[in-house]
Design a protein. Structure first.
Length: 313
């Protein structure tokens, strides 16, 4: 006997890597009676139609949100407030509104004031992604065994939170619930600062006068290749991340600069013991990540999951 899907209609506002992956995964798992979407550009909307991933492609955000049981904003965090204001009059009572942004405090502040009573706001952050973007980049397996963090504001209906938790679990994610501020502090060190460092290192390599670009490309070691993958992430999305989570990022950056200064002094003084102690401690963290299944110990070059970066993190 066929059971009814948990959502009659799911609306995805924005259709890049994350939106496209949600659509594919939700369809595979039978989580929506109908999946509708929209995108900012006519070119993207036309491509989504060609791909045949969703049931309908709408011209506007308001049209997509109309009569949807679940609305997920798959757009840069800096655009969430304006879109929430745009779709608010068209949301039906009881609908769940969510997002996929890497910053949660700013999203809650920008979106919540616009959403009407009777609509359940459950922000979310799937910690998964690649450096690719656009409607062709998504794939249904993106969220399998990756974390999705829900940050419901105080007073959110627990039933709505559970319904969204079950949605993400059904497409393969492990789900954690935390406050928006705690999320932003955790992600500042695990995702945002690493991206900032990657952008900086790749930019520095590009500016070196004594090293040609061809040499940088030809002799890229595994570490530099990982940095270039991260630094290839969507510039609009990451611009918004750093502007909206600047307090937490600046705090983590200050701590990082202090640690970098300590290592600089150790190298200058030839303090091998200090360097060895630091590298031993960080090596243990890497082993812990592998042990809990968050990455593989396989060689970096050419392993399949090496293509799965942290663009959306």
């Amino acid at each position: 006997m066929n059971t009814a899907p948990p959502f009659k209609r799911v609306a995805l506002i924005g259709f890049g890597l994350i939106g496209g992956s949600i659509a594919r995964a939700a369809r595979d798992q039978g989580l929506a009676g109908e999946i509708v979407t929209t995108a900012r550009s006519a070119k993207t909307r036309a491509r989504v139609l060609e791909l045949g991933i969703v049931d309908r492609v709408m011209e506007t955000n308001a049209q997509a949100a109309e009569d949807a049981d679940l609305v997920i904003l798959c757009i840069p965090v800096g655009a969430c407030g304006a879109v929430a204001q745009e779709i608010a009059p068209h949301l039906k009572p009881g609908a769940i509104v969510s997002d996929v942004g890497s910053v949660k405090g700013a999203v809650v502040k920008d979106m919540a004031p616009h959403l009407p009573a009777g609509v359940h706001f459950v922000p979310a952050h799937p910690v998964a992604g690649t450096e690719n973007s656009g409607p062709d980049s998504g794939f249904a397996e993106l969220f399998i065994n990756r974390w999705c963090i829900l940050t419901p504001p105080e007073g959110t209906d627990p039933n709505a939170v559970e319904k969204l938790r079950a949605f993400w679990a059904a497409i393969g994610a492990k789900v954690e619930i935390m406050t928006p501020d705690h999320h932003d502090m955790v992600l500042a060190i695990t995702s945002h600062l690493p991206h900032l460092i990657a952008y900086t290192i790749v930019g520095t390599a590009d500016e070196l006068e004594g090293v040609t670009q061809s040499e940088v490309l030809k002799f890229s070691a595994g570490g530099f290749r990982d940095f270039t993958r991260i630094a290839a992430s969507d510039p609009i999305m990451w611009r918004d991340v750093f502007l909206t989570n600047k307090d937490a990022v600046l705090e983590m950056l200050g701590t990082f600069n202090e640690d970098l200064s300590k290592l600089t002094r150790a190298i200058r003084r030839g303090d091998g013991e200090a360097l060895f102690e630091h590298f031993t401690r960080t090596r243990a963290i890497r082993r812990g990540i592998v042990e809990i299944g968050q990455d593989s110990a396989a060689p970096d070059f050419g392993r399949p999951h090496a293509q799965l970066g942290n663009k959306a993190e």
